[in-house]
Ligand binder design. Structure first.
Ligand SMILES: Cc1cc2nc3c(=O)[nH]c(=O)nc-3n(C[C@H](O)[C@H](O)[C@H](O)COP(=O)(O)OP(=O)(O)OC[C@H]3O[C@@H](n4cnc5c(N)ncnc54)[C@H](O)[C@@H]3O)c2cc1C
Length: 351
């Protein structure tokens, strides 16, 4: 059985794990540099961006929907020659030899370099209303969505560094901010904590948990429980930011010997290289500032580093690179076809 698997494995220069901004940016670079690149994505290409309603802070776009931005990333990567494997899940990595083995639920790949861009999942409160109002008043990112709540009443749930940073970002924007924490003090850095406690429009609700999120078309109120007297009560809010931490999607990498920090984020150097030669990581899975621009930048650094590793650098000729021919005509045809389809539907609408 093992032999058959080995015989059937697909050989490539680079495997990228994850089809979010970090993985797609890395793919655009490795592929354009002439490396055969396979990108494996377990759900849908685009990553978290695809589910972000609006993006107002990605340079070059004052306002773009997450769906449109991710569509552009995907088309760009496709045009440069990245081969997508979707939906396909990486389930095991073997990284100790020079040739890296990537096992998925469908195939086995052998590559000279691996770029891990598997992102991080935001922890959920798991209370009624959270799922229903996601994107309709429930948010997991103040930097991303804070400006939609300018002059409104919102709540932040959590008490660590993430929650306090998110709350500080909101204090200058909103009319009133509740910070709801199940303990009686923040677990955040003292300087951050003090700045928040000094903010005039902040009310702390200590020893309190959220039991339900309620509303109609959007969030209207939170049903809370005071853990000290066990009483239930409600507060009126226009939105709630859940900031109880992230879980980096790094278990498979850690199981294969990739070094992670105490929270599980993959540790990288300035070249985005992990403790294992030829293995790179980029984007949210490495922690730090979790934004699209950062993920894209890290993906590019990882790609350039992987290129050096696989080829030995521009003049080393360690590896014969594939010729890169970008079929702009095919892309133009596709764009024109889409435009015609859009015009047709607009025409129908006008009728
Ligand atoms: C609702 C929301 C709104 C946001 N708005 C903004 C904003 O306005 N501006 C901004 O800059 N940032 C925003 N962000 C943050 C931004 O989306 C992330 O920082 C960015 O997507 C990180 O990119 P990434 O490629 O590292 O990870 P992700 O986008 O999380 O992509 C990782 C991908 O890896 C895949 N994957 C994981 N494990 C495996 C596996 N084992 N096998 C195969 N595939 C795997 C996942 O399915 C996922 O598609 C927002 C995030 C959310 C959730």
């Amino acid at each position: 059985m093992l032999l058959v698997n080995e015989y059937m494995s697909t050989k490539t220069d680079v495997v990228i794990i994850g089809g979010g901004p970090a993985g797609l940016a890395a793919g655009i670079y490795t592929s354009r540099l002439g490396l055969e690149t396979i990108l494996i994505e377990k759900t849908a290409l685009g990553g978290q961006v695809a589910v972000s309603p609006f993006i107002e802070n990605y340079p070059g776009f004052t306002m773009i929907s997450g769906a449109e931005l991710s569509k552009r990333f995907i088309e760009h990567a496709e045009l440069m020659g990245v081969e997508f494997r979707v939906p396909e899940e990486v389930i095991k990595l073997e990284l100790s030899s020079e040739t890296k083995i990537v096992k998925t639920n469908k195939d086995t790949y052998e590559a000279d370099a691996v770029i891990i861009a598997s992102g991080a999942s935001r922890k959920k409160l798991n209370v009624p209303g959270e799922k229903e109002f996601a994107g309709k008043g429930v948010s997991y990112c103040a930097v991303c969505d804070g400006s939609f709540f300018r002059g409104k009443v919102v709540a932040v749930v959590g008490g660590g560094n993430t929650a306090v940073s998110e709350a500080l970002h909101l204090t200058g924007l909103v009319k009133k901010l509740y910070v709801i924490h199940r303990r009686d003090d923040f677990r955040a850095e003292i300087a951050l904590k003090q700045r928040l406690l000094d903010s005039p429009n902040v009310t702390q609700l200590w020893n309190t948990v959220v039991e339900r999120i309620e509303g109609d078309t959007t969030v209207r109120r939170l049903v809370l429980r005071d853990l000290k007297n066990n009483k239930q009560y409600e507060i009126e809010v226009d939105g709630v930011f859940i900031a109880i931490g992230y879980t980096p999607n790094s278990k498979i990498a850690a199981d294969a010997g990739v070094a992670v920090d105490k929270e599980g984020y993959i540790i990288v150097d300035k070249r985005q290289e992990t403790n294992i030669k030829g293995v790179y990581a980029a984007g949210d899975v490495t922690g730090g500032i979790m934004q699209i621009g950062v993920a894209v930048g890290e993906g590019i650094v990882a790609a350039m580093s992987a290129f050096e590793h696989v080829t030995g650098g521009w003049y080393a000729k360690k590896k014969k690179l594939k010729a890169v021919r970008i079929d702009f005509e095919k892309f133009k045809e596709k764009e024109e076809h889409e435009k015609r389809e859009e015009e047709k539907s607009l025409f129908k609408f006008k009728l």
